[in-house]
Structure formats: structure tokens, C-alpha cells
Design a protein. Structure first.
Length: 481
């Protein structure tokens, strides 16, 4: 019997939290998923061919048609050709040419960037690269964007750092530093680029929007390759909590390939894609995430992390490994208590759909492998995903009023679904849940006295002799099916 005071306290916390938020063959039968853009040829050959051939695949397109804002007149742009062999001081040259209505066209070649290129307070500015255009540096950071910007494009460039360092550096090869009190950035595009920094603990792209009233609107990171990255692939951040304020919105991270991310990371667990702090309306879609480097770390690595976005769509991503496991999609903090103390909305209106997550691993990795690990979310929807994992299929902690429907989950170690903490009002139905190869501990596990009033029904679960109950209430959980 749950003590009345504890139960009332739990209900009160949930109410306040809601206020703050004002298997691959037969298993996939009948489910049609959006395929990532990358062709099978690109997937199999991208890292085996020469850098030039690789860049040919990632640099196709008409560089004169990158901006979509209706107020841009391309005929007014000034086009400037740059050749790496013609100039001895490339960074200073590029820096001197940055201005409104300018397109810098870099011919193929290696450009040694000894000093960071600063893109500050400009409109309608592009740097585009021909096949074989490489920006290389002995530093972690090559380009920084700051100030008030509109219609800025970086396209067709390879960014490579030769730095060797075991120190945790939270910046990246490209840094979007939106620190000014009133700085605004609108329509920033990073596309068809490649990022590599295998020997230093820094990101591929780091985006910080932490000016008191700063804003980044319409950020697109599309069709890039992140290979052999020391820390994280892409990280978006708004960690200024006094006051809590929306500081980035309407972002799209799509059609990117992530391979071997977290090569030497020893600090906080890295993600291929991480979005943190209060943000609004994001899309992470049609990316391929392959073989994170977690076998060298005690940390749990994550393919995609949501730590604060309201209205996030995660759709059509292919997350997989063949050698060792990691967690596919993570919903991390802030907790209910943290959200209340900051006045920050809970993660809500979050849709996770039509992703393929196939994660295998050795015995020591199995506790690190989860298809999804979602915490502190309400009013969310997980549908039409395919999850094949050596660990838990979907784990939910402190999640309220969600729908988990029409998913296909096959696990080899643990439960298909595992709910704990303050989990209430969740609907679990019309899923195919297969734990036939795992330990006999239940297919859907409800754990703890605060996990109650969830509804699980009409799920397709294979019948196995001597199998325990399909739905299990544990340690005081009740009223769940």
C-alpha cells in the first residue's frame, strides 16, 4: 500500500511538471521507412577511396544557388575566386574579403588555416569549395561565426585538425558563438562538408546561443560527413538558465553521415548529435549513425540526444553498429525538479518515428546498449520504429502521457520496454515485442511505486513455454495494464 503522503507528493510533482511544460526482415514486414539519402555505394566506399573521390561525392550541386531567402538577389553578389597556391597567407586573405553580398569560391587545394577565420556581422555571405578543397589547421577551431548574421552558407569544404590533445575542448572545427546580448542569426547553412579531428577532444560543429536575448533561427546542417571525431559530431547548446529563455529554434539536422565519433573522448559521454537547453521546433532526420567509439570508454555513448527541445521530430534515421553497442536515442535532463527550479518547460511534443536502430555488442557492452533511453518527457509519441538490440529496447524514466505505438522491438538482453520513476498516463499498444532470446524477466516491465496508471494492450508478443507474464508490475508498480 502506498503511503498517502508519498502518493500526494508524487501527484503534486507531476502536476507542477506539466505546468512547466505549458528484424530486420520478417520483423520489418508491413513497415515502410524513409531511407537515408546516402547511397549504398557511398556507404560502402566513402572511407576507402581517395579524399578527392570522397569529396566529389559530397560536393555535388550548384554552388550559385544555396540561399533560399526570397530577398536575396544573386546577381548583386560579388564572386571572388581564391586559389590556395596563389596566396601565402590564406586566413588573412579570406578574413579581408568577408563582407555583405560576397561569395568566396575556393578552388580545390589545401588551405592552411593558422588563425581562426571570423565571420562576424554580415549578410548574404558564402564560402563554397570545389572538389578537393581542404581547410586544415593545428588548432581545434577553424571558423567562428558571431554577431548578427543573415544568410550565411558554408558549402563543399573539408575541415581537418591535426591537433593532438587529451584535454576536453567544448568547441569545434566550426563554432557558432551567439554570445552577444542581442545577437541574432537567421538562415545559417552548413552543407556538403566533411569534418575530421581524430586526435583531439573537440567537436565537429559546436553551436552556442547564450546571450541574454540572443536567438538563432533557421539553422540547417545538411548532407555532411563527420568521420573520426574526437568528441561530438554536432552539439547545439543553450545553457544560460538565469533567465531561462528560448535562444534557438527551427533547426534542421538532416542527411548527414556520422562514423567513428568519440575517438578519444574520456569526459562527458559524447553524442553524434546533441541538442541541449531550451529550444523550440527542431528536426533530426534521415541521418546515418554508425559505429561510435564506445568500446574504448566506460561511458555510455549516444547517437542522438535531446536535452531540452520542445517540438522535436526525430525521423527516418539509421543508427547501427556491428562491433560494439551504444544507445541510439537519448532523452536526458533537465529533470522535473530542475525544470521547476529554472522555470523551463519539460520536453514535450516530441515525435520519434520511422527510425531503424540496430545495435549489437559484446557482453561487457550490453548494459550500455539501449535502443532508446527517454527521460523527463511528456506529451510525446514513439511510433513505427524498428529496434533490434542486444540490450533494452526502450527505457522510460519520469515520462508522462506518451504514446508508444506500432513499433517493432526485438531484444536479446533485457526487456522490450522498461518504465520506471514517475511514469504515468502512457499508452503502449499495437507494438510487436519479441524477447524470446532474452532472460525470462518479462517483456514490458513497470518498476516502482510511482509507475502507475499506464495502459498496455493489443501488443503482439510471441508465446513461449515457461515464459513469465508479458506485463510485470515490480516493486510497487500497479494499475498499468
Amino acid at each position: 500500500m502506498v503511503p498517502s503522503k508519498i502518493y500526494c507528493a508524487c501527484v503534486f510533482i507531476i502536476w507542477l511538471g506539466l505546468l512547466a511544460g505549458k528484424n530486420i526482415k520478417n520483423e520489418t514486414k508491413g513497415i515502410v521507412l524513409t531511407e537515408p539519402r546516402f547511397s549504398s555505394e557511398l556507404r560502402s566506399n566513402y572511407f576507402n577511396k581517395s579524399e578527392v573521390e570522397s569529396l566529389k561525392k559530397s560536393s555535388k550541386g550548384n554552388f550559385n544557388d544555396r540561399l533560399t531567402d526570397k530577398d536575396i538577389a544573386h546577381k548583386k553578389n560579388k564572386y571572388i575566386d581564391i586559389n590556395s597556391a596563389s596566396f601565402s597567407n590564406t586566413p588573412s586573405l579570406i578574413q579581408s574579403l568577408i563582407a555583405n553580398n560576397v561569395v568566396l569560391h575556393c578552388h580545390g587545394g589545401v588551405y592552411h588555416i593558422d588563425n581562426n577565420i571570423q565571420i562576424h556581422d554580415v549578410e548574404n555571405f558564402q564560402i563554397i569549395g570545389d572538389v578537393g578543397t581542404v581547410f586544415t589547421s593545428s588548432r581545434n577551431k577553424i571558423i567562428e561565426l558571431s554577431g548578427t548574421l543573415k544568410n550565411v552558407v558554408l558549402s563543399g569544404l573539408k575541415f581537418s585538425s591535426t591537433k593532438k590533445s587529451s584535454l576536453n575542448d567544448t568547441e569545434g572545427l566550426i563554432v557558432i558563438a551567439n554570445y552577444g546580448v542581442h545577437d541574432t542569426m537567421d538562415n545559417i547553412v552548413i552543407e556538403k562538408c566533411r569534418f575530421t579531428n581524430r586526435n583531439t577532444q573537440a567537436n565537429g560543429i559546436k553551436v552556442i546561443s547564450e546571450g541574454t536575448q540572443s536567438m538563432i533561427n533557421h539553422l540547417s546542417i545538411d548532407d555532411n560527413v563527420f568521420a573520426h571525431i574526437g568528441r561530438m559530431g554536432i552539439e547545439l547548446q543553450n545553457h544560460l538558465y538565469e533567465p531561462v529563455r528560448l535562444r534557438y529554434k527551427n533547426y534542421v539536422i538532416a542527411h548527414n553521415l556520422f562514423y567513428d565519433v568519440g575517438t578519444i573522448q574520456t569526459g562527458p559521454a559524447p553524442s553524434c548529435i546533441s541538442v541541449s537547453g531550451y529550444a523550440l521546433n527542431g528536426e533530426i532526420s534521415n541521418n546515418e549513425i554508425k559505429d561510435m567509439h564506445m568500446n574504448t570508454s566506460t561511458n555510455v555513448y549516444y547517437g542522438i540526444e535531446n536535452a531540452g527541445t520542445v517540438g522535436l521530430l526525430i525521423k527516418g534515421n539509421y543508427i547501427h553498429t556491428i562491433g560494439y553497442g551504444f544507445t541510439g536515442i537519448l532523452g536526458s535532463g533537465p529533470s522535473i525538479a530542475e525544470s521547476l527550479s529554472r522555470g523551463q518547460p519539460l520536453k514535450s511534443k516530441w515525435i520519434i518515428e520511422r527510425n531503424i536502430i540496430s545495435l549489437k555488442g559484446s557482453v561487457p557492452d550490453k548494459t550500455k546498449i539501449r535502443g532508446m533511453d527517454i527521460s523527463y518527457s511528456n506529451d510525446y509519441n514513439i511510433n513505427n520504429n524498428i529496434i533490434l538490440t542486444d540490450g533494452i529496447g526502450i527505457k522510460l524514466t519520469d515520462c508522462l502521457r506518451g504514446e508508444i505505438v506500432d513499433n517493432n522491438v526485438l531484444v536479446k538482453n533485457g526487456n522490450a520496454l522498461y518504465l520506471q520513476g514517475i511514469c504515468s498516463g502512457n499508452l503502449i499498444c499495437h507494438n510487436q515485442l519479441d524477447c524470446a532470446q532474452t532472460l525470462r524477466q518479462g517483456v514490458v516491465m513497470f518498476k516502482g511505486i510511482q509507475t502507475r496508471n499506464n495502459k498496455a494492450f493489443d501488443n503482439k508478443i510471441p508465446k513461449i513455454d515457461n515464459h513469465p507474464k508479458w506485463y510485470v508490475n515490480f516493486e510497487g508498480a500497479r494499475d498499468n495494464f
